[in-house]
Design a binder for this molecule. Structure first.
Ligand code: C5P
Length: 418
């Protein structure tokens, strides 16, 4: 019996040209054995008809918060409570904004607010709308609340523009639904993730830092949590909310990050996505360093920071079973990544190019997308450029495969070197 057999899916279809793909999604869900009930927003009804949705779902389609017949049959509370999963596809910028801000002024937003069930959104909109800081802030709020997200993808849009905003294909959404409702593949495993930059004090007001945003590390922590792992995220200063359900430890310096990592052990999986400062001031001043009126500039003596990845990967006792490092390189990606795999003693390296692209935009640091190559000890695979969430999901899929494969041959034992 498939994962979706007899599962109740509440599908909310909001406004957007991608609404037509919801029809195919219903068909796929039904073929997989799921029961589908649909809520259609006023905007959504401009793109698909209630008749098409009800014909495919073989259920009445709900559109109106105030309809007495609807309330008698199945009110918004029951609609939201009887579902195993609520899927919003397409999720328009407007509905995402309502969700983030707790609006309940139509049936869809009321059902979502009244729900205590897992929610998956498949955003679809014009690239400018997607990139707008308002939408990104709303998405950040939803992610931090544990709302799952699939897509959007990059590509040509119906509006004639190209960019991020295309709704994921129905087959991809189906996979995400199966992942949300399926067994938690990493249940029972502990994971440690580092993320963001470190700040190394020069004096009480100044520090050495870097441009890491923490987006990739935080996305990995969230994806591991979604897969059922018990996650500790150790993060430097970032402008991101703590991911839902993840124990998040906030630190500033590399020394603090190392101490927090050691405290978080034992772990089965360790992912070092932080951009740790290689150096720190040898003697941070306790008082603010003053200008000398142009006569001399202060000299800051640097000393090397501990390599957290190398330290944890080199543990004789209590080494996580799978240790994954990152390599941000401006040149010679492959050569440097392979060298790092050896010198750091980790099992995998996720390598990404950093620095400005042909158009002068930063390729990875702070960006929403990433283009990475995964180097294991025996092979390498280049993944297509994708959102940092999609990269995180793929990495977790690979981690799951790795643990699945080892499970058949030996017992899961944290701290055991493979
Ligand atoms: O040597 P490099 O900084 O390029 O190595 C990158 C990898 O090593 C990343 O996984 C990063 O999190 C980790 N690292 C670390 N501690 C350091 C420096 C890097 O854990 N002091």
């Amino acid at each position: 019996m498939g994962i979706l057999q007899d599962k109740q899916i509440l599908l909310i279809v909001s406004g957007g040209i991608a609404a037509y793909k919801a029809l195919e999604l219903i068909r796929l869900l039904r073929s997989a054995g799921a029961e589908v009930r649909c809520v259609l927003t006023e905007g959504g009804a401009h793109f698909v008809t209630p008749l098409s949705l009800s014909a495919l779902s073989e259920h009445k389609v709900y559109t109106d918060l105030w309809s007495l017949t609807d309330e008698a049959e199945m009110g918004h509370i029951r609609l939201s409570r009887e579902a195993d999963l609520i899927v919003v596809a397409p999720a328009s910028a407007d509905l995402i904004a309502k969700m983030a801000n707790g609006f309940a002024n139509d049936l869809a937003s009321t059902v979502l607010l009244a729900s205590d069930k897992p929610i998956l959104i498949a955003p679809a909109m014009n690239p400018q709308m997607w990139n707008n800081p308002a939408t990104q802030a709303n998405i950040g709020v939803l992610r931090a609340r544990g709302v799952r997200q699939i897509g959007p993808n990059a590509g040509d849009m119906a509006c004639g523009e190209t960019g991020w905003g295309r709704m994921s294909e129905p087959a991809e959404i189906l996979e995400a639904i199966e992942a949300a409702l399926g067994p938690k593949k990493l249940a029972g495993l502990k994971a440690l993730v580092t993320s963001g930059p470190t700040f190394e004090a020069i004096d009480p007001v100044r520090f050495i830092g870097n441009r890491s945003s923490g987006k990739q590390g935080h996305a990995i922590a969230a994806a591991l949590q979604e897969a059922g792992a018990l996650v500790t995220l150790i993060t430097g200063p970032v402008a991101l909310p703590d991911p839902a359900g993840v124990k998040t430890v906030h630190i500033e310096s590399a020394a603090e990050m190392l101490a927090a990592c050691e405290k978080a052990l034992p772990a089965d999986i360790a992912v070092f996505a932080a951009a740790v400062s290689d150096w720190r001031a040898a003697k941070p001043q306790t008082k603010k360093i003053k200008k000398s009126g142009g006569k001399t500039a202060p000299e800051i003596n640097l000393t090397e920071n501990p390599d957290i990845l190398r330290t944890i990967a080199g543990l004789k006792k209590g080494r996580p079973r799978l240790v994954i490092g990152f390599a941000a390189e401006t040149d010679d990606l492959e050569k440097n990544a392979k060298a790092k795999l050896k010198s750091k003693g980790c099992d995998w390296i996720v390598a990404n190019a950093v620095g400005p692209d042909a158009k002068g935009r930063e390729k990875a640091f702070g960006a929403d997308e990433n283009h990475v190559t995964l180097f294991t000890r025996s092979a390498s695979e280049e993944w297509p450029r994708a959102s940092k969430q999609a990269i995180a999901a793929k990495l977790v899929e690979r981690i799951t495969q790795e643990f699945g494969r080892h499970d058949t041959s030996q017992k899961r034992r944290p701290g055991k070197r493979q």
